[in-house]
Design a protein around this ligand. Structure first.
Ligand code: NAD
Length: 466
């Protein structure tokens, strides 16, 4: 638990859910409750937490398994929703052997389409939990309905991809707190024990003053980084949602989707968000193995210089390119030494502090030993907050992490310096009206006559990203 979280727990004077039910005499007392009490009596007076999954892809299935693996009381998955039937079916088929009887989702509680999220959430009672793991473009739409239904929420990162939806999500986060709802955001680095311990040690001065931070995520093309031209027989909107890393409106591109974790946890080590960014990027290789030209909107390389209010720099390099050196780790340089934050991947331990500026065994001052799973930790903590009515809302920092990530991306895509205020107040909403999207709607990103989508043009288009 970091110091901020400890403070929140210490300040928590509200009655636990279990105590409340005992004192209130169970269901009879439920009708007298105010809105603020709602999560203290979820599931209408019994201990069973019901969960619905909206967005049944890779992470959605993983999050559901983490939810059902929490040990603090009975919990089951009761509804699933996805835009596409094949995705829901494969998720259901994968979950069944993994979670057994905790999967209680008969055919009539499996919902398909762009309004499926409503039907799945309608299966829950106030105080239950909905998992939002679609591409981020839909986060504000689904979160709005979850708040209306008084549901606790776990939502994956990024939570926004542009300025207008960030402002909307900040407001929704406040609305959720006003209803005493608990909201977890899937920036699991914040729940990684090695990084929590490193953060405490940096706060205690073990690294001295932070002078520079460096983060890298460089590997070959991953996920839907690139995409062949849309085949016949599928709409633009379906194609772009299925291959969401290729399209900025759906995901913020590979920059937002892939790089947010390292950007988030290094800013956490500094306990601040950067105030501006300048960046470079290039679109080098767009021919796919089948000879077609990729129609994605991403750059192959990104190099961002973030600046904090005190002038400290944070350099981030991202690359999706085969054959080039792979680096996927993060570092903090201080006046007393260097720290490895993530040794491999988004938040892989052990984290460590070294004297001097060389990462060498002989220089180790401290090295973490905890190997617990941060994806499980974040769920254990969310469900504990739900069951024991502890304050828990990660939306503000989730939005801020998403915005700072978008700030670096926009700096690369425009070729001009972008401040935090610039990205927050940028009026370009990539996909307006997503709450009204149907399967027959036109895509927010229409193709040109040759089936190509607009790509960033740094130095030419400088006030928006495409
Ligand atoms: N924290 C992490 O380490 C981590 C890891 C992977 C993914 N993620 C995040 O999880 C989210 C999903 O990523 P994924 O890899 O699981 O993608 P995915 O494509 O495997 O899953 C997304 C699912 O959402 C469905 N979907 C899309 N739009 C929908 C809508 N409007 N309504 C209902 N269903 C819809 C898709 O059909 C698909 O099944 C992304 O935001 C991603 O960044 C986080």
């Amino acid at each position: 638990m970091n110091s901020e979280d400890k403070k929140l727990s210490a300040e928590n004077t509200v009655t636990s859910r279990r105590q409340f039910l005992k004192a209130a005499g169970g269901a009879a007392a439920v009708s007298a409750l105010t809105v603020a009490d709602v999560s203290a009596v979820h599931a209408a007076g019994n201990d069973m937490i019901q969960v619905a999954l909206v967005g049944c892809g890779g992470r959605g299935g993983g999050a559901a398994i983490n939810a059902l693996a929490t040990k603090s009381g009975p919990i089951k998955l009761v509804a699933m929703a996805d835009a596409f039937p094949d995705r829901l079916k494969s998720s259901y088929d994968n979950l069944l052997p993994a979670v057994g009887k905790q999967l209680d989702v008969p055919e009539e509680r499996r919902f398909i389409g762009f309004d499926a999220y409503r039907k799945a959430m309608d299966c829950l009672k106030p105080g239950d939990i909905v998992i939002l793991t679609t591409p981020p473009a839909f986060r504000w739409v689904h979160f709005t309905y979850a708040i209306e239904k008084k549901l606790n929420v776990f939502m994956e990162k990024p939570v926004t991809v542009d300025g207008p939806t960030s402002k909307r999500m900040l407001k929704l986060g406040e609305d959720a707190s006003a209803k005493n709802l608990k909201v977890g955001v899937g920036l699991m680095s914040r729940h990684a024990r090695p990084l929590q311990e490193l953060h405490e040690r940096i706060r205690n001065g073990e690294l001295g003053e932070i002078l520079l931070m460096r983060g890298y995520r460089m590997h070959g093309p991953a996920g839907y980084f690139d995409s062949p031209p849309k085949p016949a027989g599928i709409s633009d909107v379906d194609y772009q949602i299925r291959r969401f890393h290729s399209f900025l409106w759906a995901s913020g591109g590979n920059f937002s989707d892939f790089y947010i974790h390292i950007i988030d946890h290094l800013c956490w080590m500094k306990n601040a968000w950067p105030v501006k960014a300048q960046a470079l990027g290039g679109r080098h290789y767009r021919q796919l193995a089948d000879g077609s030209t990729s129609v994605d909107q991403n750059l192959d390389t990104y190099s961002v210089e973030y600046t904090f209010a005190d002038g400290t720099k944070f350099l981030f390099d991202g690359r999706c390119m085969n054959g080039a050196t792979g680096i996927y780790s993060s570092y903090v340089h201080g006046t007393k030494g260097i720290a490895v934050a993530s040794r491999a991947n988004d938040c892989g331990g052990p984290s460590a502090i070294y004297k001097g500026q060389n990462v060498a065994d002989a220089n180790v001052v401290w090295q973490s030993t905890d190997t617990s799973n941060p994806y499980q930790n974040e769920w254990d903590e969310l469900v504990d907050a739900v069951r024991n009515n502890k304050p828990y809302n990660e939306v503000k920092r989730g939005v801020e992490a998403s915005l700072v990530t978008s700030m670096g991306r926009m700096a690369a895509h425009t070729g001009v310096e972008i401040s935090y205020e610039d990205i927050l107040n940028c009026p370009h909403e990539f996909a307006p009206g997503l709450d009204k999207l149907t399967k027959d709607s036109p895509s927010p990103l229409p193709p040109d006559a040759k089936g190509r989508y607009p790509v960033p043009q740094p130095g030419i288009v400088t006030t928006r990203e495409y």
